[in-house]
Design a protein around this ligand. Structure first.
Ligand code: SF4
Ligand code: SF4
Ligand code: FES
Length: 217
């Protein structure tokens, strides 16, 4: 069985606008989008750029858009006629590869970590709530930012659902010493209003477990 897929290609070094390119590939039932990309890379076009790591829905590196919706390439079955592009809203390095480095560089200003606790006589055991555990399951794919209608990397790469998930994680961490709610409000969390459009492709309810937690009393 062979299927046809379209991939959004873009190479800034060559210039020009991003363009959809069609490929016809042999595909079996349960071939994933990532396997299809690897097939194209190995057998048809070694210039195709895409990113992946674990191949098991755990590293978040393979997130792309399939038919306009963010998906994990290693966990999505390929289908005839699919259109595969990079995540919306992120600068594109080449083809399906977005500039994650620029995003995480910008994130440094929020001190997204638990400071060193100094010397401890006994190891700490953290009691995590269900919500906190769920938030910690984030695999940092950044796909949720692509679902936020207000997300604008150029204006401020940090104002988006991923940052709110991260800040809510830290807000619920008993070792956290920084006012994460204030950080979120300063970024513009109040502007979320009644919007419920952020979607996590890894099963986190971002509106309830991040946005509302940070907006709460
Ligand atoms: S609730 Fe806020 S973060 Fe989520 S999609 Fe809407 S504006 Fe974006
Ligand atoms: S919240 Fe979900 S979609 Fe957003 S980065 Fe984490 S795992 Fe990905
Ligand atoms: S390759 Fe790691 S999540 Fe897809």
């Amino acid at each position: 069985m062979s299927i046809r897929v379209s991939i959004k290609r873009y190479d800034p070094e060559r210039g020009g606008e991003p363009a959809w390119v069609d490929y016809e590939i042999p595909a079996h039932e349960k071939t994933t989008v990532l396997e299809a990309l690897m097939q194209i890379y190995e057998d048809m076009d070694p210039t195709l750029a895409f990113r992946f790591g674990c191949r098991f829905d755990k590293c978040g590196l393979c997130a792309v858009e399939v038919n306009g919706k963010p998906r994990m390439a290693c966990y999505t079955d390929i289908k005839d006629g699919m259109k595969i592009g990079p995540l919306t809203g992120m600068p594109v390095v080449r083809d399906l590869v977005t500039d994650r480095t620029a995003f995480f560089e910008a994130l440094r200003e929020l001190e997204i970590y638990i400071p060193d606790q100094g010397e401890r006589s006994e190891p700490q055991v953290l009691q995590q709530s269900e919500v906190h555990t769920k938030l910690l399951s984030c695999v940092e794919c950044l796909a949720c930012n692509a679902t936020c209608p207000g997300y604008d990397f150029e204006k401020n790469p940090l104002v988006g659902p991923y940052t709110f998930v991260k800040l809510a994680q830290l807000h619920l961490d008993p070792r956290n010493k920084i006012d994460r709610k204030k950080q979120a409000l300063d970024l513009g969390l109040g502007g979320c209003g009644g919007c419920k459009k952020c979607i996590c492709i890894h099963g986190i309810n971002i509106r309830k477990h991040a946005v509302e937690v940070l907006l709460g009393e």
